[in-house]
Design a binder for this molecule. Structure first.
Ligand SMILES: Nc1ncnc2c1ncn2[C@@H]1O[C@H](COP(=O)(O)OP(=O)(O)O)[C@@H](O)[C@H]1O
Ligand SMILES: [Mg+2]
Length: 284
């Protein structure tokens, strides 16, 4: 910017130039316990808007718990979790945090889409009805607008021809693609994926992964717990390796997958041997 321009810039705008972009997700010293079992032991992470963070790790390392804490399906026992600058599920008061009202939590959760290992579609509703359910009943969108949006989303995931099918008539991969469309129907700013392809055959998993790749390329902020190492390598902006409720190692996926620094990461990656070539290990 030309120096002369500074003189004409309102102070408010000058200040904004120096404010670092707020991360979409920020975890500060997050702890989570189930009874005596401490599952998350003080996690720190940040995900910038438009970034894809992949989480890899052994079974029971806390990946699902972390994702569930991010959209407050689970309460945290310590630390802070922010989504788009807002404390998720809580409000701050002095040194303490207090749970927010259900209505406010619903509003926050509407901004965070989640796709699980199993699609959990409503079996008695058609594909289209599944996708418009939350926009119409939770967000109170007009039905015609919700249908139009749902059709566009179902086209995007390659299922425009199955609008009237019931989930039971779809393959596992098709069901997961509907689950992605259903999550996108709420126009989320963040998408969480918890091993969305673990229950699928490799051929079918590919369809789901390609929809996820498309989403990433369009700039969706995503956190993906997965064992699909080719996806981690090719789509992830960053990968974290979790073990025993802590982040052992994190960094650029190619660096971490090919040159892990920590012994625990090396051991995990060796189990799948030549993971960087695109292998996948089983669900957990
Ligand atoms: N609702 C729960 N109650 C008690 N323990 C749980 C619960 N959910 C998960 N755990 C325990 O927390 C640990 C982490 O689990 P999880 O987050 O599912 O790990 P991952 O997704 O990495 O396999 C495991 O030891 C698991 O048994
Ligand atoms: Mg899990």
């Amino acid at each position: 910017m030309a120096a002369a321009a500074w003189g004409f810039m309102p102070v408010r705008n000058v200040a904004r130039l120096f404010v670092p972009a707020m991360p979409m997700v920020r975890a500060e010293d997050v702890h989570k316990r189930y009874g005596r079992l401490e599952v998350l032991k003080g996690l720190h992470l940040e995900v910038a808007a438009g970034e894809v963070l992949c989480i890899i790790g052994t079974c029971g390392s806390g990946k699902s718990t972390l994702l569930r804490c991010i959209n407050h399906l689970e309460r945290i026992d310590g630390g802070r979790l922010y989504v788009d600058g807002e404390l998720m599920g809580y409000r701050e008061g002095g040194d303490c945090i207090y749970e927010i009202r259900q209505r406010d939590l619903c509003r926050q959760r509407a901004g965070v889409g989640m796709v699980f290992e199993r699609s959990n579609l409503f079996p008695h509703l058609t594909v289209l009805e599944n996708v418009i359910e939350a926009p119409v009943h939770v967000k109170h969108e007009p039905k015609a607008a919700a249908i139009e949006h749902a059709r566009a989303l179902l086209k995007r995931v390659g299922l425009l021809d199955r609008l009237d099918a019931y989930p039971g008539r779809l393959s596992g991969g098709q069901q997961q693609r509907v689950a992605i469309a259903r999550a996108l129907a709420m126009r989320p700013k963040l998408m969480l994926f918890d091993e969305p392809t673990s229950a699928l055959d490799p051929e079918v998993a590919g369809e789901v992964l390609s929809v996820m790749r498309g989403l990433a390329h369009e700039g969706m902020t995503m956190i993906v717990a997965t064992h699909e190492m080719a996806f981690v390598r090719d789509v992830g902006d960053e990968v974290v390796f979790m073990d025993g409720g802590v982040i052992v190692e994190s960094g650029n996926p190619r660096d971490v997958l090919l040159h892990p620094q920590h012994e625990r990461t090396k051991a995990f990656l060796q189990v799948g041997a030549s993971l960087a070539d695109g292998s996948r290990s089983g669900p957990c």
